[in-house]
Write a protein that binds this ligand. Structure first.
Ligand code: ASP
Length: 432
């Protein structure tokens, strides 16, 4: 059995939905289908999910949200009419949702209705069964999947059914609708794939798989045909819009391959995410990066020998919602790197460290970018890190940070934000 998940661009309008229909019809194995809410039809368009959040925000501010809701209504009615489904039923569903938002239902409820309605329309149009995830996908307070979900889902998916399932939401143990983080339909697809022990999890989107670098920065980066779960997670964790990083965990243990495919080019093979790949011929699989890092530098004599001191710095950061993504401990000093957007209370944090810990020196640098070079073959190859650092220095750029060894498959190099694009291009050329 193949589990298919279609993202918002594959559901943006009826023309896209017809492509989805043809993809499902081309293999009898494609039985379980997870759908996102309709996404953007063009660059300036707004995703249904974003519009639903707006409706909720307007309603909670006591404002009228009928104009925003009518845009949503028009979009669904248009899709419904063009596909020839029962529009009075659809209208009644929309009325009910509008009423519930008006009556103060949560933001998660509002956002979840994008996937809910989309799956309902699709099920009717395709003559398949709708399977709601409310009460079936159980989401814990911290957003993780409650393990009971797998048993509940396995029971529903036994007997080879033909389901259309809404992605992105489930409910809490107490029965309230709860969503995953944005892009979370990937997680629903992964849950279904694991629950029915699918032979393959296909993730249909609007690109023909993962590229070795961001095409917005690097000119025509090469496509990746095969990447491991670990590599995909590492690339995503440092900026690549690969695949929802939380969606890999449910299927990694079951070793179900993921195939990222393009709904608009269904003959393209896409990228396969697998347990193992041949890393001899291609030690590095890709590069990704992110701007917007702050370095906190603290110096104190014999700091390395005082784990308490380091712990106290981390505790002060944590109180302000900061958990550093990278760190480096020297003999007398430490550097901690975190998202600059989290450092809203920077002055307060610095004062607190100064008064509580009396360091010899403390400073911050707020305009850093990190670039990750990822590949299962990194550890056993010789000279890759030298190539990367030479590429950076040959471009006249100073490396501000280098981290290798925390993960054996990723080397992270920090540069000034202004040098980010040039550094990323140079590194890509050196390793591709
Ligand atoms: N519709 C949701 C979002 O826009 C979830 C998803 O598409 O996976 O984030």
């Amino acid at each position: 059995m193949i589990v298919c998940k279609f993202g918002g661009s594959s559901l943006a309008d009826t023309a896209q939905i017809k492509k989805l229909e043809a993809i499902l019809a081309s293999s009898a194995e494609r039985k379980i289908t997870i759908v996102s809410a309709p996404g953007k039809r063009h660059k300036e368009d707004i995703k249904i999910t974003d519009m639903l959040y707006t409706c909720h925000a307007e309603a909670s501010a006591g404002k009228s949200f009928s104009e925003s809701f009518n845009t949503i209504r028009t979009r669904y009615m248009e899709i419904g009419q063009e596909l020839g489904v029962n529009t009075s039923k659809l209208e009644a569903e929309l009325d009910e949702i509008e009423k519930n938002i008006q009556q103060g239902n949560s933001a998660d409820y509002a956002a979840s209705r994008g996937e809910y309605l989309c799956a309902k329309i699709l099920a009717e149009y395709l003559g398949r069964d709708f399977l709601d995830t409310e009460g079936l996908v159980i989401i814990a307070e911290d957003g993780s999947v409650d393990p009971v979900t797998y048993d509940l889902m396995a029971e529903k998916l036994s007997g080879n059914p033909n389901y259309i399932i809404p992605g992105f939401y489930g409910s809490t143990k107490e029965g309230d609708i709860k969503t995953f983080t944005r892009g979370g339909s990937d997680i629903t697809g992964a849950i279904a794939a694991r629950a029915c022990n699918a032979e393959l999890y296909e993730n249909w989107t609007d690109v023909s798989g993962i590229l070795m670098a961001d095409p917005g920065i690097v000119h025509h980066p090469k496509p990746i045909t095969e990447i491991t779960y670990e590599e995909a997670r590492e690339l995503a964790s440092i900026g690549a819009a690969v695949f929802h990083e939380e969606a890999i965990a449910p299927i990694r243990d079951a070793a179900i391959p993921i195939n990222i495919r393009n709904t608009n080019r269904p003959d393209d093979p896409g990228t396969r995410i697998v347990s193992h790949r041949d890393d001899q011929s291609q030690p590095i699989i890709g590069v990704s990066g992110k701007k917007g890092y702050t370095r906190l530098f603290v110096k104190k004599l014999f700091l390395q020998k005082s784990p308490d001191f380091i712990l106290k710095i981390k505790m002060i950061l944590k109180v302000h919602g900061i958990i550093p993504e990278f760190s480096s401990v020297g003999f007398d000093s430490i550097s901690l790197f975190f998202d600059s957007d989290l450092a809203i209370n920077k002055e307060e944090i610095l004062t607190r460290i100064l008064t509580d810990l009396e360091p010899d020196e403390i400073s911050t640098d707020a305009r850093l970018a990190m670039i990750g070079i990822v590949g299962e073959g990194l550890y056993d190859s010789k000279g890759i890190i030298a190539k990367v650092t030479s590429a950076v220095s040959d471009s006249g750029i100073a490396a501000r940070y280098l981290n290798y060894g925390g993960s054996l498959i990723t080397c992270v190099i920090g540069v000034d934000e202004d040098d980010y694009k040039t550094a990323l291009e140079a590194i890509y050329s050196a390793i591709a």
